[in-house]
Write a protein that binds this ligand. Structure first.
Ligand code: FES
Length: 157
């Protein structure tokens, strides 16, 4: 219950931002990991932009902080080290290449499976990096490995 007596919608939790490190450090390492409100995230610094997402890949829980960043269809993606799934840094979409079986000579096309990896917000203030967890109420495939029995870090409560 909230102070006003209304029940809180668990799907609409608001999270406070959490300081995860210094801008100088991530600019050197280009990535860092952090635990934000009991959720493991990875933060990338790529071509002057910050991106944060759930650390475990939506496919089978692979460690995205150990993947390489490559461009596909002009979009920077983290490539999961386990089965090479490609996830856009900016939106968390899973990308795949499709071919037209009726026209095998045509070039494969990059397509999106939609948002699969939950993306979080990064802000910089006074040289400090802050992450605010996404409170978007939709179910994201990566939630499976970030919550419940599958997450690596267990809640103390
Ligand atoms: Fe990431 Fe399979 S666990 S591609």
């Amino acid at each position: 219950m909230n102070l006003d007596g209304s029940a809180q919608d668990p799907e609409k939790r608001e999270y406070s931002s959490v300081c995860v490190g210094r801008e100088d450090d991530i600019k050197k390492s280009e990535r860092m990991t952090a635990v934000v409100h009991d959720r493991e995230v990875v933060i990338f610094y790529h071509k002057g932009e910050y991106h944060a997402m759930d650390i475990r890949c939506y496919h089978s829980g692979g460690p995205l902080h150990l993947g390489d960043i490559e461009d596909f269809d002009g979009r920077p993606c983290i490539v999961c080290p386990w089965h090479k799934y490609k996830i856009t840094l900016a939106t968390g979409e899973g990308l795949y290449q499709s071919i037209n079986p009726k026209d095998p000579s045509a070039k494969p096309k990059w397509c999106s499976k939609g948002v699969k990896q939950r993306i979080h917000t990064v802000t910089v203030d006074n040289g400090n990096i802050y992450v605010t967890l996404s409170s978007e109420p939709f179910k994201c495939d990566s939630d499976f490995y970030a919550t419940g029995d599958f997450k690596v870090i267990k809640s103390s409560s």
